[in-house]
Design a protein around this ligand. Structure first.
Ligand SMILES: Cc1ncc(COP(=O)(O)O)c(C=O)c1O
Length: 434
């Protein structure tokens, strides 16, 4: 009976109606609703490798990949094996278990900036904990962030943020009190001059700068070297540098993006890939800061399910696969190929107000010819064109995030056939853009 409840797909439309009646907006996270592209989402039945299948039997090549939480593709057999094995041993304990120790050990070994780690359940919690630690360590209150960066939905960080809020034109949420948001300063991404001015005038108040070292939550926006340098140089003022690597961690190499940049953040937040598709995230960093956390220190943070053994086993399985397969150069090659083909299609059609932003494993299509450096540039992208592109691409069998302000993710599970299909679908979709 219980299995039937989960496997019944006899009347796909009824599930959408039930979802609408019992879940707010029919979803559990806003961007999933397809509202910003003016339509209705499908209900997922299953995922396998590079594809997802809806209840109505449609198959889509998946470039959403759970907003970056699934890296190796859906239901990877080696990952599923370790998860199933752990489930047999029990799913949650009120004491430390082997999978969380093994996962912490592997993550810590990947970067010298991760001297100590604390697991939490979401990227939101990781960023919330990181700023609490920064405030305790520096004795200062203000957090400096950048417009269009998203660091989860805690009150302090929902100011001028990216992702879902931006998708629904509300980058700063209602329901926040001024007494809290007055401790958050948000300034343009990629503007070292403004950053320098703010740091010089307000350093006695600023506890930390938190940044997405590649911004993925206003579409894909690559930072300049000068911008990153200016962030790091704020340290001389006793300002901590927090790299939010919830998306970038383990995406471009086995370890952190900051190691590619040659920078060691004071604190780093991670999530998505390290949880292997389960609710697991982490904050890590310098020992003297991390040791302020309870029970070693006075900064309180806790979680009934933190370091959950099944989630940790899933994360461990994914990271072991990544270490073993080292798929990073393959992902780079596929991203380059897809982007080159997309650009050729755009050039042939003489579509000058379209551009592809890409970095290995990440792509965004913008409908503007402004150089994309800040949120203001992103905002010039034509939302109506994005909408019509989204539906045409979906109808041609490719699922991308239903928002201009998200990044598409390339999985190593894409076959050559999938890549050809994506290129064909892109050609068809751009021809239908109105
Ligand atoms: C860079 C970044 N930080 C933090 C978060 C919040 O993570 P979560 O959705 O797990 O709370 C996200 C989520 O997309 C993210 O992209």
């Amino acid at each position: 009976m219980t299995l039937e409840l989960l496997n019944d797909s006899s009347n796909p439309k009824s599930f959408i109606n039930i979802a609408d009646s019992v879940l707010v907006g029919g979803v559990n996270s806003p961007v999933r609703a397809f509202k910003s592209v003016g339509g209705k989402s499908f209900v997922v039945k299953e995922g396998k490798g590079s594809r997802i299948f809806d209840l109505e039997g449609h198959s889509y090549i998946d470039l959403v990949m759970s907003y970056g939480a699934i890296f190796l593709g859906h239901a990877n057999p080696n990952v599923s094996k370790l998860i199933n094995n752990q489930i047999g041993y029990g799913t949650s304990f009120g004491a430390t278990s082997v999978p969380e120790i093994r996962l912490a050990e592997l993550i810590a070994s990947s970067s010298k900036s991760l001297e100590k780690i604390r697991f939490v359940n979401s990227g939101t919690e990781a960023c919330m904990t990181a700023i609490r630690l920064a405030r305790a360590f520096t004795g200062k209150g203000t957090i400096l962030k950048f417009d269009g960066c998203y660091h989860g939905h805690s009150d302090s960080l929902l100011v001028s943020s990216g992702s879902g809020g931006l998708t629904y034109s509300k980058p700063t949420s209602e329901g926040l009190v001024d007494e809290i948001t007055k401790y958050t300063i948000s300034i343009p991404y990629n503007d070292p001059k403004i950053l320098k001015e703010i740091v010089e005038s307000k350093h006695s108040e600023i506890a930390a700068i938190i940044v997405e070292p590649i911004a993925c939550n206003m579409g894909l926006v690559i930072p300049s070297d000068e911008f990153i340098k200016e962030i790091v140089s704020a340290r001389k003022h006793n300002i901590l540098v927090i790299f939010d690597e919830v998306i970038t961690g383990f995406r471009f190499k086995f370890g952190l993006y900051q190691d590619i940049l040659g920078v060691s953040a004071d604190l780093t937040t991670m999530g998505k890939i390290i949880g292997g598709g389960f609710p697991l995230a982490a904050v890590g960093g310098r020992k003297e800061i991390m040791s302020l956390l309870s029970p070693e220190g006075p900064v309180y943070q806790a979680g009934t399910l933190s370091g959950n053994p099944v989630a940790s086993a899933a994360g461990l399985a994914v990271l072991l696969e990544l270490k073993n397969l080292n798929p990073y150069s393959q992902i780079n090659a596929v991203t380059q190929l897809i982007s080159k083909e997309f650009n050729q299609i755009l050039n042939k059609r003489n579509l000058k107000d379209c551009q592809i932003a890409y970095y290995p494993g990440c792509i965004t299509l913008f409908f503007t010819n402004n150089e994309i450096r800040t949120l203001n540039d992103v905002m010039t992208s034509n939302k109506e064109k994005f909408k019509s592109f989204f539906w045409a691409f979906l109808e041609s069998g490719v699922f991308i995030p239903p928002s201009q302000f998200e990044t598409w993710f390339i999985t190593p599970a894409l076959s050559d056939g999938d890549v050809n299909e994506i290129i064909k679908a892109f050609k068809k979709a751009v021809n239908l853009v109105k």
